[in-house]
Write a protein that binds this ligand. Structure first.
Ligand SMILES: CC(C)(COP(=O)(O)OP(=O)(O)OC[C@H]1O[C@@H](n2cnc3c(N)ncnc32)[C@H](O)[C@@H]1OP(=O)(O)O)[C@@H](O)C(=O)NCCC(=O)NCCS
Length: 411
């Protein structure tokens, strides 16, 4: 290898901080296969063909074209890009490692922020192949991938230059862990919370009970949510299962943990899912209005799509943890609100450690110490501000829709 481009030289030329040392061990492996002609994702023809496949705005395509020469003229960044692609697409890669990958320094100039956008685009042939093997319509593949344009736009809104930093999220669909079907995205996972969900045999009624030993405040949220503690006023949940009945604290479908004990006869109720049961996480890309019709269509599509294309994936429920699941919206948003209609399809539940961080991030773009400074352009922004000024706090929440072989059971 050209000694001027060994690991230390590349890291120095790219201005990468010490954090770059995480790549040192694997560097020889990737560089053994490095060849300039092998950098397909920096070749203009490949780039145009790839961009043509993705349904992404022309402005984002232009961002790729405009920043492309910067990378083709920077040998160190070419080697680094190859290294990242090698790890992501040619090794058994642990996605947790992505949290430690450094961003390129601003001193390289504004175009450098597109580095990870090229690295992600380079994953196109792999996901095309994986989806092809599963018999997935290429239109779904390209629609799923179009999400990364939203994150490039998000970066632009935040920093004023085109770039991509949320590589952990994008790698989710590049590695076939997440797929977009119509309006919503889905990720097979396991239910992480200690709740027990039951369905009555004679009708589709669903009930959620809290697991044993969890602490709740009188308002039905977890103790410590929004960093607020009720201290002596908080109560601890009990959950007991006998051969004839299950006793525990009901979580109301509006997401409030009830201090009184409820009893479900085992002869009438079946357990549907608990902590660690397989579920499909539902995610909502920032891709236009969240109309009820589009969401219902997407959920229906998912119900049939997964058994056909991911037969190894089973799921007992669709779940969503988000600022959109805040159960206080019911008091504030008009009936026609898409957010309210979306939320109402789910059985809501509190989540431990709930906070308003994501609400601020997604509605105002960032947090505000002084709420009077937050933008108030949309009715939602005005509603959020009014609630905070009245002494309220927003919080994230969870929601689920039961799914079994008979169908989808709303709350
Ligand atoms: C989810 C989302 C599509 C809902 O938007 P929507 O379909 O317009 O929702 P509603 O019909 O309930 O909107 C009602 C009002 O709130 C506004 N609004 C909705 N989401 C908003 C947001 N994220 N920021 C600011 N205002 C928003 C709408 O513009 C509308 O305002 P108006 O009455 O002044 O016209 C939108 O919030 C979004 O794109 N969010 C980003 C993605 C996201 O948060 N995903 C979840 C991550 S876990």
């Amino acid at each position: 290898m050209d000694q001027s481009l060994n690991f230390a030289a590349v890291i120095k030329a790219a201005g990468i901080p010490e954090q770059g040392a995480i790549w040192a061990d694997t560097w020889p492996d990737s560089q053994a296969s490095f060849h300039l002609n092998g950098l397909y994702f920096f070749q203009p023809r490949w780039l145009e063909e790839a961009l043509a496949k993705l349904k992404i705005p022309e402005t984002i395509k232009e961002a790729f074209r405009k920043t492309h020469p910067f990378f083709t003229q920077h040998p160190a960044l070419q080697r680094l890009a190859w290294h990242c692609c090698h790890l992501l697409y040619q090794t058994r890669f642990d996605p947790a490692a992505l949290q430690t990958w450094p961003l390129l320094p601003e001193s390289l100039g504004p175009d450098a922020a597109m580095f990870y956008a090229f690295v992600c685009l380079a994953g196109l042939p792999q996901i095309e192949r994986l989806h092809r093997q599963r018999g997935i319509d290429p239109a779904i593949t390209y629609d799923t991938l179009a999400d990364f344009a939203l994150w490039i736009e998000h970066y632009h809104q935040q920093f004023g230059v085109w770039g991509l930093s949320n590589i952990s999220w994008v790698y989710g669909y590049l590695s076939d862990k997440l797929i977009k079907l119509g309006r919503l995205q889905y990720r097979p996972s396991v239910f992480p919370y200690d709740f027990h969900v039951y369905r009555r045999r004679r009708d589709p009624q669903v009930s959620m009970l809290a697991g044993d030993g969890m602490q709740f405040r009188p308002d039905g949220q977890f103790e410590g949510a929004n960093q607020i503690t009720a201290g002596a006023d908080c109560w601890t949940s009990r959950w007991i299962s006998t051969p004839t009945e299950i006793r525990g604290h009901l979580i109301s479908p509006t997401g409030i943990a009830q201090p009184q004990i409820a009893t479900l006869p085992t002869a009438e109720w079946d357990e549907v899912f608990v902590r660690q049961s397989p579920i499909l996480e539902v995610h909502i890309p920032a891709a236009g209005p969240l109309t009820h019709e589009a969401c219902v269509n997407s959920l229906r599509q998912a119900k049939f799509f997964f058994p056909i294309h991911y037969p190894e994936v089973s799921f007992c429920a669709f779940t969503c943890v988000s600022w959109l699941m805040d159960n206080q919206f019911d008091r504030y948003l008009p009936e026609a609100s898409n957010i309210l209609q979306f939320q109402r399809d789910f059985y809501l539940h509190p989540v431990p450690g709930a906070s308003d961080a994501q609400t601020y991030e997604r509605v105002f773009g960032r947090s505000y110490e002084n709420i009077d400074e937050a933008p108030q352009t949309t009715s939602l922004q005005r509603t959020l501000v009014a609630h905070v000024k009245a002494g309220g706090r927003w919080h994230s929440g969870g929601g689920f829709i039961v799914h079994d072989s008979n169908g989808i059971y709303h709350n």
